[in-house]
Design a protein around this ligand. Structure first.
Ligand code: ZN
Length: 78
């Protein structure tokens, strides 16, 4: 018998934090970049973070820029 989950709510649409705040990711804003990196320092994919395609591309570029300037770590030892 196949169980169908009728009561399952539709997934809530995530809103891009950068579109909401009307600002673009920038490498000097370490606090907001850190929110979009995982515990090991990896960039969080947009399916998990809810960032739109345009801002995800900018975010990846700015995180890499910040890593090169040693503002963010490339990896974190766990
Ligand atoms: Zn956006």
């Amino acid at each position: 018998m196949v169980k169908t989950n009728v009561n399952l709510k539709p997934a809530k649409k995530k809103v891009c934090g950068f579109c909401e705040g009307k600002k673009d990711p920038i490498y000097t804003d370490i606090a907001s970049l850190k929110k979009y990196t995982s515990g090991r320092g990896k960039i969080v994919p947009k399916l998990r973070s809810g960032v739109c395609s345009k801002h995800q591309r900018g975010l990846a570029r700015e995180v890499k820029r910040a890593r090169f300037l040693a503002l963010l770590p490339f990896t974190l030892r766990v």
